[in-house]
Design a binder for this molecule. Structure first.
Ligand code: PEP
Ligand code: MG
Length: 465
C-alpha cells in the first residue's frame, strides 16, 4: 500500500498471530482491546517495540481504514505517536531519540549488580532477544515461550498443521516436521546464552490464537494438509472454546497429547547435546506450564524424563537439566508443597495468577480497569503492579510450602511483574532467587533488585539461610 520502508504504526482492535508480519514491520502497535498482558503487549514487548494496548476509547474501522480518537479522525497515512510507558497516544509525529547505555549508566548498572541479591533473567524467545538481553546484563533466560518460536516466517504453518491434525497419527506427522525446527531454534537460544541457565517452557498456546480464522488462512492450510476446506473449517470449529484462556492449554495440552511434550523434550536435549559437541555450555531448565495438581505435574515430568533418557541412550551422552513448573494457577500455589515433590523449580507466572485470582480476563480487563483505577476501586492495574495483598499472598504461601518439601527449590518470577520495581521489591522480600523480564526492562530490573536489597537487607538472607 505504498508504505514499504516507511515508519508505520499498526492500529488493530486486537492482535493475533495473523498480525505478526504487520507487528514485525511496525514501529509501534496500538490496540483498542487488551492490556498489559494481552497478546499485543506481550509480543510487542518481546520484539522490543512500543505498544499501547487496551486503549478502550478509540474507535477503529477496518472497512474505512480510520481511527477515531479524542474527537479527531485519522485515516491511513496520517501521523500519530505512541508512548508505550504511559499509554499516551499523540496527534502527529513526535521527535524521538534512541536510548544509549551511557558511561554513568553503565557504572550504575555494575554498582546495582554488586548490591543485589536477586538475579535478573530475561523473557526471550529468539536468539536476537537473548543477545539484546545479555547485553543489557541478563543472567539467563527465565522464560522462553516456545509457542512464540513459531511466529517467524512460515513456521506458523507447521504449528497449525499440528494443532489442526484430526488424530494422533496426524499430530505425530506434523510434530516430526516441527522437531528439526524446534531443535535449531533451541540451539540458537542456548548458544546466545552459553554458560547461563535457559528456562524453556513447554507449549502453552491458547489455541484460538493459533488457528486460522479467515478463509484465506484456512484455504492455505487445506492445501498444505491436502484436505478439503470443509475439513479445516470443521476442525477450527471443533477447536473453538468459549473461554480459551481457561481451556485446553498449558500442561492440559501435553497431558492429553503426550507426543507434543515428547517432541519438545527431545528437541531441547538434542539441541543441548549438539552444542556440547561444539563445546558450548547449554543449561536447560524444562518448565511445565499451567500446572494445577501434582498428578498433572508428575505425568509431564515422567514424559520429559523418559524421553530424555531415550535420547541419552541413543547418543551415548548425558547433560544436566532440570524439570520444574510455573506456578500460575491458584490451586498450584495452594498445593505447592505437593507439587514440589515433582518440581525442581517454581517460576511464578503472575500474569495468569493475577487473571485467575481476580477473575479478570487478561484480554478484556482493558475495558474496565481504567475506570476502576479512576474511581479508586483499585490503586493500580494488577497486571502491571503485583497485587501484594491478594496475589502476593499466594506467591508467599507457595514459596513457603515449596521450600518445606524441597529446601533448595529454585524460585523465580516470569510474569510481567518481574520488570516492575515495586513487585521486584516484593520478590526480594519473599526470598525468590531471580526475576525475569523482557529484554528492554532488564536495566530497570537490575536497579530495582539493588534498591530492594538495600531497603530490606535482612529478609532475603533469612529466607535463604
Ligand atoms: C504468566 O502467566 O505469568 C506467564 C508468564 O505466562 P504467559 O504470559 O505466557 O501466560
Ligand atoms: Mg501463563
Amino acid at each position: 500500500m505504498g508504505f514499504r520502508r516507511k515508519k508505520v504504526v499498526l492500529v488493530r482492535i486486537e492482535t493475533s498471530p495473523e498480525d505478526l508480519k504487520g507487528m514485525n514491520s511496525a514501529e509501534g502497535i496500538l490496540t483498542a482491546r487488551g492490556g498489559m498482558t494481552s497478546h499485543a503487549a506481550v509480543v510487542a514487548r518481546g520484539m522490543g517495540k512500543c505498544c499501547v494496548s487496551g486503549a478502550g476509547s478509540i474507535k477503529i474501522s477496518y472497512k474505512a481504514k480510520t481511527l477515531e480518537m479524542s474527537g479527531n479522525k485519522y485515516k491511513e497515512g496520517d501521523f500519530i505517536s505512541l508512548n508505550g510507558s504511559t499509554g499516551e497516544v499523540y496527534d502527529g509525529m513526535i521527535k524521538t531519540v534512541d536510548p544509549e547505555m551511557s558511561g554513568y549508566f553503565g557504572k550504575l548498572m555494575k554498582l546495582s549488580d554488586k548490591k543485589a541479591r536477586l538475579a535478573v533473567r530475561t523473557n526471550a524467545d529468539t536468539p536476537l532477544d537473548a543477545r539484546v538481553a545479555r547485553e543489557f546484563g541478563a543472567k539467563g533466560i527465565g522464560l522462553c515461550r516456545t509457542e512464540h518460536m513459531f511466529f517467524g516466517g512460515d513456521k506458523i504453518i507447521a504449528m497449525r498443521e499440528m494443532i489442526l491434525a484430526e488424530d494422533e497419527e496426524g499430530r505425530r506427522k506434523a510434530l516430526a516436521g516441527l522437531l528439526p525446527i524446534q531443535r535449531k531454534d533451541f540451539e540458537g537460544i542456548f548458544e546466545a546464552m552459553h554458560g547461563l541457565p535457559v528456562t524453556v517452557r513447554l507449549l502453552d498456546p491458547p489455541l484460538h490464537e493459533f488457528v486460522p480464522h479467515d478463509e484465506k488462512g484456512q484455504k492455505e492450510m487445506a492445501k498444505v494438509m491436502v484436505v478439503s476446506l470443509e475439513t479445516i473449517k470443521a476442525q477450527v470449529e471443533a477447536l473453538s472454546e468459549v473461554n480459551p484462556m481457561l481451556g485446553h492449554r498449558g500442561c492440559r495440552l501435553g497431558n492429553t497429547y503426550p507426543e507434543i511434550t515428547e517432541m519438545q523434550s527431545r528437541a531441547i536435549i538434542e539441541a543441548a547435546l549438539n552444542l556440547k559437541a561444539r563445546k558450548i555450555d547449554a543449561r536447560p531448565e524444562i518448565m511445565i506450564p499451567l500446572t494445577g495438581t501434582l498428578a498433572e505435574m508428575k505425568m509431564q515430568e515422567q514424559i520429559v524424563r523418559t524421553t530424555i533418557e531415550k535420547v541419552f541412550e541413543e547418543r551415548g551422552q548425558k547433560i544436566d537439566f532440570m524439570v520444574g513448573t510455573m506456578i500460575e494457577v491458584p490451586r498450584a500455589a495452594l498445593t505447592a508443597d505437593k507439587i514440589a515433590q515433582s518440581a525442581e523449580f517454581f517460576s511464578f507466572g503472575t500474569n495468569d495468577l493475577t487473571q485467575m485470582t481476580f477473575g479478570y480476563s487478561r484480554d478484556d480487563a482493558g475495558k474496565f480497569l481504567p475506570i476502576y483505577i479512576e474511581k479508586g476501586i483499585l490503586k493500580n492495574d494488577p497486571f502491571q503492579v503485583l497485587d501484594q495483598e491478594g496475589v502476593g499472598q499466594l506467591v508467599e504461601m507457595a514459596v513457603k510450602k515449596g521450600r518445606k518439601t524441597r529446601k533448595k527449590i529454585k524460585l523465580g518470577i516470569c510474569g510481567e511483574h518481574g520488570g516492575e520495581p515495586s513487585s521486584i521489591e516484593f520478590c526480594h522480600r519473599v526470598g525468590l532467587h531471580y526475576v525475569s523480564c523482557s529484554p528492554y526492562r532488564v536495566p530497570i530490573a537490575r536497579l530495582a533488585t539493588a534498591q530492594a536489597n538495600i531497603m530490606n537487607k535482612r529478609s532475603w538472607k533469612k529466607m535463604n539461610k
